[in-house]
Design a protein around this ligand. Structure first.
Ligand SMILES: *[C@@H]1O[C@H](CO)[C@@H](O)[C@H](O)[C@H]1NC(C)=O
Ligand SMILES: *[C@@H]1O[C@H](CO)[C@@H](O)[C@H](O)[C@H]1NC(C)=O
Length: 651
């Protein structure tokens, strides 16, 4: 088990330089202390350092969260990927031009605000629920949801490092070292892998591999979960009881059999134990081989419900729900992992890329819907057996724009970028169109039509104009008309030189988003809750990093402000009961009148992290150096010798 550490060899003149910079810093600090009249307080990093019991912290008074101080990490830090890795794949990130100072100020002040919000929630969790899975943000009681191993604590680790809260990070290490995974409870294999295992692995890497305990914990947990993969098909069980060494249920979901591969590949790489990578490959190969006899009706569009013993998708004709394929709940992240496995391996395993593009091309052909008169695209579930689509879409589906955008560049499929933007407009629309500025959990659109690249994002009158010129002798081809209009307005000639097309990043300090369009008549909300979900801000972060279009930052800022306004509680953040409900209705005076006593761990792992990164300098956690697991835990992208595992034909 070779756990390497990064060496820190500096040339001599650098040493001299560092000493000089150090002296300069000390002198400026002394100057600062003597010239600043008011007190300069630092963040209260270790309010609860003395507590080691697993009891809730209690107490009425929450420690005050002060304005955090943000330092930009040096170029050669872990957060910038040490500058070392150079991918063989196409570059994902936009080439950002240098920022003007006024814009940097605005961006940093927003980043600061988001960090402060994270600290507000974290402080509440530490005060009332430290070491438990979740804090209930209204009653300030702890809640056990994921084995009682401290899900919020572990899921927050990578964000703590990214937000430069090193003391907080170090303070939780003793608690983490005491977690015992062998509990007599039914544990979700999927959730344990994405939240805990992903959390440990990412924290180990971001902590510059200094905390060996983290990788040992990761392996301990993986050892407890490995028996759950000993099924006739190799597909892991949905629930697993580590103490009893059994599962009570042989059914599972598509999302759950394809969302452990990144974590298991990473674990094999970091520990040298190939068993995890072998399991990952075994399941991927089986998925790849599945056909009609296993309930697959359309290549790449896997249905949702699976039987781990029979190794087959369920499609009982009496239950037409079962052959449904979806990029929302129960399907989602397996498609995401095909692409991310390909990126993690830097394209060295073509199989992952092929499986991804097969699925995406089938999705575009069968599932995608457009909304006449709007640029909105809907991605609803699709019944692969009866070939018909549903009308609804989950907020969970909103990770798709980020995935499609990365896939568009990786596989040179420019149309996927257009689709990514269209789906993202839909997700953002669901926030902007409600009174609270928060998105419902689920929405439906009755009137849609099949996505068609020829007519997509064109209004009825535009379409008429494009078609009818042919029949009217007075009219000319609209393309010619457009060209001459442009030339008469002295705009850029149609044939630009190559480098003129290079996008210069726009940095505005008073960017104005267009007003939100009227709702399509057939739009309605099934489930009006907002559960602090991250998927839309995740896609905003990725699209911003890939296009440099400031619109995405502004959308993200609006969402952040709505979270602050509607979700914040005295101790932390709560889910919202009804995104359409506003003050003025009954109960207005009651505190938390529109809130649910629930704060899932992904608020810390994902929502605040992606918002924070949306306003961080683009070289921090570059998409070209890191991939994020489905719980937003970053893994360092690098190529390593995967052949060893792939050559094992007998697995
Ligand atoms: C768990 O059960 C399997 C058989 O179902 C057995 O092979 C294995 O040894 C058991 N593991 C433990 C730790 O008891
Ligand atoms: C739709 O078309 C309009 C007008 O050409 C354009 O501004 C907008 O960006 C397009 N929407 C998307 C999602 O591409």
């Amino acid at each position: 088990m070779g756990l390497s550490t990064y060496s820190s060899k500096f040339p001599k003149r650098w040493k001299l330089f560092i000493v000089l910079v150090g002296i300069l810093l000390i002198v400026s600090q002394i100057y600062y202390i003597f010239t600043t009249p008011s007190k300069q307080e630092s963040i209260p990093l270790d309010v609860e350092r003395s507590h080691t019991s697993n009891q809730p912290m209690g107490g009425d008074k929450l420690p005050k969260v002060h304005d955090p101080i943000i330092k930009t990490p040096p170029r050669h830090s872990i957060l910038t990927g040490f500058g070392g890795f150079k991918s063989k794949l196409p570059q994902l990130q936009h080439d950002f031009s240098p920022e003007p100072v006024v814009y940097t100020k605005l961006r940093e002040s927003r980043r600061n605000a988001i960090k402060k919000s994270f600290l507000h929630g974290w402080t509440g969790y530490k005060t009332y629920a430290m070491g438990h899975d979740e804090l209930k943000p209204l009653s300030n009681k702890p809640k056990t949801t994921f084995g009682g191993w401290g899900a919020t604590m572990v899921d927050s680790l990578s964000t703590l490092v990214i937000m430069d809260l090193t003391d907080e990070f170090l303070n939780v290490m003793p608690r983490i070292s005491k977690i015992n995974f062998r509990v007599d409870q039914d544990i979700s294999v999927f959730e344990s892998i994405i939240r805990y295992l992903g959390g440990f692995i990412s924290a180990f890497e971001l902590g510059e591999r200094k905390q060996d305990m983290l990788i040992q914990k990761a392996e301990k947990l993986a050892q407890e979960l490995l028996p759950a993969f000993d099924t006739p098909s190799g597909f892991p069980y949905h629930l697993w009881n580590p103490a009893k060494n059994t599962s009570t249920n042989q059914e599972t979901l598509f999302a759950e059999v394809g969302t452990f591969q990144l974590e298991f590949m990473m674990l094999s790489q970091l520990t040298g134990n190939t068993i995890y990578g072998e399991k990952a490959q075994q399941v991927t190969d089986f998925l790849d081989s599945m056909g009609y006899e296993q309930g697959v009706y359309i290549k790449g569009l896997y249905p949702t419900a699976l039987d781990t013993h029979k190794g087959r998708f369920k499609d009982d004709p009496s239950n037409w729900i079962l052959a449904i394929s979806t990029f929302g709940a129960m399907g989602d992240s397996t498609f995401e992992y095909f692409l991310k496995e390909y990126l993690l391996m830097d394209g060295s395993v073509p199989q992952y890329g092929r499986m991804y593009t097969e699925s995406i091309n089938a999705m575009k052909k069968h599932m995608l819907r457009q909304v006449p008169g709007y640029d909105l695209l809907l991605l609803p579930p699709f019944d692969t057996q009866h070939m018909n689509h549903r009308n609804s879409m989950d907020h969970l589906t909103c990770f798709v724009p980020g995935m499609l955008a990365m896939g568009a560049v990786t596989f040179n499929q420019p149309e996927d970028m257009i689709i990514a933007k269209g789906i993202l407009e839909t997700c953002v629309f669901m926030y902007r169109t409600t009174e609270t500025g928060l998105s419902p959990e689920n929405w439906a659109l009755g009137k849609t039509e099949e996505y068609n690249p020829v007519t997509y994002n064109k209004t009825k009158s535009e379409l008429e104009k494009l078609r009818n010129w042919w029949y009217d002798d007075e009219l000319v081809n609209p393309l010619i008309l457009e060209k001459t209009e442009r030339e008469s307005q002295n705009e850029l000639p149609v044939h630009k030189k190559k480098d003129e097309t290079r996008v210069v990043t726009e940095y505005s300090t008073n960017y104005k988003l267009p007003p939100v369009k009227k709702r399509p008549e057939s739009l309605y909300f099934d489930d009006k809750r907002y559960l602090l979900r991250p998927e839309t801000v995740e896609s905003l972060f990725i699209l911003y990093r890939m296009t440099g279009d400031q619109k995405y930052q502004e959308y993200g800022w609006e969402i952040y402000e709505s979270i602050e306004k509607w979700c914040k509680t005295k101790s932390a953040y709560a889910s919202v009961r009804n995104v359409e409900r506003t003050p003025g209705e009954e109960d207005e005076e009651t505190e938390g009148f529109n809130q649910i006593d629930s704060m899932e761990t992904f608020l810390f792992a994902e929502t605040f992290k992606y918002l924070y990164l949306l306003f961080s300098p683009p070289e921090i956690l570059s998409l070209d150096k890191f991939i994020f697991n489905t719980e937003a835990h970053p893994f360092v992208r690098k190529h390593w010798n995967w052949d060893k595992i792939l050559k094992k034909d007998d697995v």
